[in-house]
Design a protein around this ligand. Sequence first.
Ligand code: BGC
Length: 505
Amino acid sequence: MAVVVSSGNAPAFKAKMTVYVFVCVVIAAFGGLIFGYDIGISGGVTAMDDFLKKFFPTVWEKKQHVHENNYCKYDNQFLQLFTSSLYLAALVASFLASAVCSKLGRKPTMQFASVFFLIGVGLTAGAVNIFMLIIGRILLGFGVGFGNQAVPLFLSEIAPAQLRGGLNIVFQLMVTIGIFIANLVNYFTATVHPNGWRIALGGAAVPAIILLFGSFIICETPTSLIERNKNEEGKEALRKIRGVEDINEEYESIVHACEIASQVKDPYRKLLKPASRPPFIIGMLLQLFQQFTGINAIMFYAPVLFQTVGFGSDAALLSAVITGVINVLSTFVGIYLVDRTGRRFLLLQSSVHMLICQLIIGIILAKDLGTTGSLGKPQALVVVIFVCVYVMGFAWSWGPLGWLIPSETFPLETRTAGFAVAVSCNMFFTFVIAQAFLSMLCGMRSGIFFFFSAWIIVMGLFAMFFVPETKGVAIDDMRERVWKPHWFWKRYMLAEDDDVEKRTE
Ligand code: BGC
């Protein structure tokens, strides 16, 4: 398929969607699959008695005696911390990963990620004491930090601009597939005693091996090669991924971006300058908003709701299958629409869509669910339907766009640093929600759905006024095409070159 990459009066870059790019996209996106698998597997494993008895005997003891009600499920901060330690490690690792990404390239960063994953999987699945388990979790976190840093950037840089959104969302697609597989694995390994948890944790080795071997097949991005003065190799790589001979214009534009980037000594300092403010603020807030949609809370609560609706002991499996399949399939809708309707349409549409779902769920639970009583079947069915509709909206909008937009809006000189801040913010807010959700649910009850609704209103308004459209704009052309014409952000573009730090400074 031939596409001409053009943005208004910006140069049109010729490109084809080549098989090679497709292969690169799929392999790299395995990084997303491991991330999704990690998100999905922890909850299941920490609920397995064999696992608790071995590593958290006191937690297990207590669990036998707690009386749970509808909102106050068993809540143990220490056990939660075990789950969320991965996000803390990833938060720190993303900064290290950004340096590796700039100095050595996107491809080695992915290779590091897969090695961290493999050692982490070995240690957690083979753990004989808590120490091995924790070190393993930290290494998995490093894998996530390195993978989530390199993969979305890699995808955005190798994709032709016209298809960038869709190709980048393959990352989120793999995240959703990872969550889905993990939920199935949890369900089936829970009945395997006493080592089911080892199989569940060990499963992450499969995508890690695919990523490791696959990473030898994929190319380095032209931008990263040229940035490191390997111009000829960069040109060759560009020709190979674009599938056309005439790549000069795009090549020149990358060289130009690299020249500007080479004048910046300290990308983190540069990030604090006014000209970096638009992508920086948007990149950070999108992470806050993505997590405060309440998606991980909803996913967590889904099995309880499915049980209430009458699926009985199969509730966990059914909830995993139904929400998991909806999550995966709806991501395809995002892939299809993101380069057609654009990013803003998806963000705005889904804000209204998710708000309505959260409000309906909140109202029904507030009205009909006592603390220990249960919902009537019809009400529970409505709640379950709206949980599914809600997951749909997230899957084609705030889920993938939380990764796509920060990966495509920073100029080259702050791209890896800016994206590292975005990744670490995502990890931080995922940590906050993972850590606080159970206590919040217990304290706020159905109010938690109104809490997330309020956030959805805020993020919808933010998207409406402050998130510009980046569909079809070449990745190194955002400043001219996106920020300078924007009603609000243009004020930061006035002193455009004042803040370029010269090497000679
Ligand atoms: C988010 C995760 C979430 C997942 C759900 C991702 O984009 O970062 O926190 O669990 O989407 O599909």
